[in-house]
Design a protein. Structure first.
Length: 259
């Protein structure tokens, strides 16, 4: 299957990640220098682009409207069958739908925040062939939150995780984390921790994106040279490989992970 061929994603699974930057060209230059991405125009207009790695779509980068005074952050999108129904479920559970659902290209999208303030998006419709943990797509999406079990119940009710119905996601508990799988491999993890009093936005409740790289030392050096900041390289929590958190010049946070 071509990576550009539209597909119907697994219900409740991550289906895309995107960054809304203050300066699209500057963001493209940073991620090109750091992750080796190339860009092509998106079908959504001149202010949006699709990032390609080895010719495969891996993420979207767009330009924030000047009037939007919001923090620059990577957003994780989850596939849903009905965006209106998903929005209603979110509101019923005391969380917030900030934008949408709106018609966006071939589908419908919305932005929301869970009860702890972690933001996420959801998408109704077909997507490009893209799957967490495969190829150059993100290696993992991780929710860092106060109570992983409480968060897992919220997202399970919103996205039908662990419903036992065909075509959905399963949930298990492994290594002190809630693990979400699409039937073949892990696509997301929810990890708890005492972050209530933490003033640092890097440890407030948030969905965090992990991008796979081959040479983490070269990538972190390139990030610093391009105007970003990095944390020291440390072992991954599961003991497999190493990682470093990078903040781009706009403040967007992501993690790079290498074998």
């Amino acid at each position: 299957m071509s990576p550009h061929e539209p597909v119907v994603p697994v219900r409740g699974a991550p289906c895309w990640v995107s960054l809304m930057a203050r300066d699209l060209k500057a963001a493209q230059e940073f991620y090109s220098a750091v992750l080796g991405w190339r860009f092509r125009p998106a079908s959504l207009g001149d202010e949006f682009s699709v990032a390609l790695s080895d010719g495969e779509p891996v993420a979207g980068i767009g330009a924030l409207a000047p009037s939007f005074q919001v923090a620059v952050a990577w957003t994780s999108y989850f596939a849903v069958a009905d965006a209106d129904d998903t929005a209603a479920r979110i509101r019923e559970r005391g969380a917030t739908v900030a934008v949408g659902p709106l018609k966006l290209g071939p589908g419908r999208a919305a932005h929301a925040a869970d009860r702890d303030g972690a933001t996420f998006g959801f998408w109704e419709g077909q997507t490009m062939a893209w799957s967490v943990g495969h190829g150059s797509a993100p290696a993992c999406l991780e929710l860092r939150t106060r109570d992983a079990f409480e968060a897992a119940i919220f997202y399970a009710e919103v996205f039908d995780w662990a419903s036992k119905e065909p075509g959905g996601c399963d949930v298990t508990y492994e290594h002190d984390q809630v693990i979400v799988s699409d039937g073949t491999h892990m696509v997301a993890a929810l990890r708890g921790g005492g972050v209530e009093a933490a003033p640092d936005p890097r440890v407030r409740p948030r969905w965090h994106v992990y991008f796979p790289v081959r040479d983490i030392e070269a990538v972190t050096a390139a990030a610093v040279a391009a105007g970003g900041t990095v944390t020291p390289i440390t072992p991954n929590p599961d003991g497999r490989g190493v990682q470093s958190v990078i903040r781009d010049p706009d403040g967007g946070l992501f993690t790079v992970t290498a074998p």
